[in-house]
Design a protein around this ligand. Structure first.
Ligand code: HEC
Length: 144
């Protein structure tokens, strides 16, 4: 009786671990592909032009730059979300955005801000086209 349930328990645990490992490996693989694509294909000079066209109306990019409608984006890659000094984020953003801005995360955010954070003030921005994503990410990574 006891041995039976012990063996049953072990087996279930092993299966659970196996499933978790599989999911993790798949996630890591997908992230590696995305990150690889961003690094391989991004053209920072094109990204800068796209930033001026699409982001600069709401964001400054230089060190110590003003916050506009959106926060200053100097050093944003690698920064914890929602931590630009003296900028007042929406509650939606403060409650939801508890991640660090990796290149992948920023790529997703620029395309789908309202999907990542429903109710964000950046939701008034329609989002970038996928073709500009890698260039913009490459450009944002130079802001340090
Ligand atoms: C219409 C104005 C507007 C435009 C255009 C816009 N943003 Fe934003 N952005 C915001 C606002 C407002 C926030 C703060 C969101 C909140 O508090 O809900 C924000 C937040 C962000 C954040 C998170 C900052 C942090 O401190 O965590 C990043 C990254 C960002 N924007 C990048 C961009 C990029 C890159 C572009 C251009 C492709 C862009 N944004 C275009 C208004 C804008």
């Amino acid at each position: 009786m006891f041995r039976g349930s012990l063996r049953g328990g072990l087996k279930t645990n092993a299966m659970r671990n196996g499933a978790a490992r599989g999911t993790f490996a798949l996630g890591a693989f997908a992230l590696t592909c995305l990150a690889g694509a961003a690094q391989a294909d991004g053209d920072a000079a094109k990204g800068k032009a796209a930033f001026v066209r699409q982001c600069a109306i709401c964001h400054t990019n230089e060190k110590g730059g003003d916050n506009r409608f959106g926060p200053n984006l100097f050093g944003i890659v690698g920064k914890k979300a929602g931590t630009v000094p003296e900028y007042t984020y929406t509650n939606a953003f403060k409650n939801r955005a508890n991640w660090e801005w990796t290149e992948d995360a920023i790529g997703g955010w620029m395309m789908f801000p309202s999907t990542m954070v429903p109710g964000t003030a950046m939701g008034v921005f329609q989002g970038i086209a996928e073709k500009d994503r890698d260039d913009l990410v490459a450009y944002l990574a130079t802001l340090k």
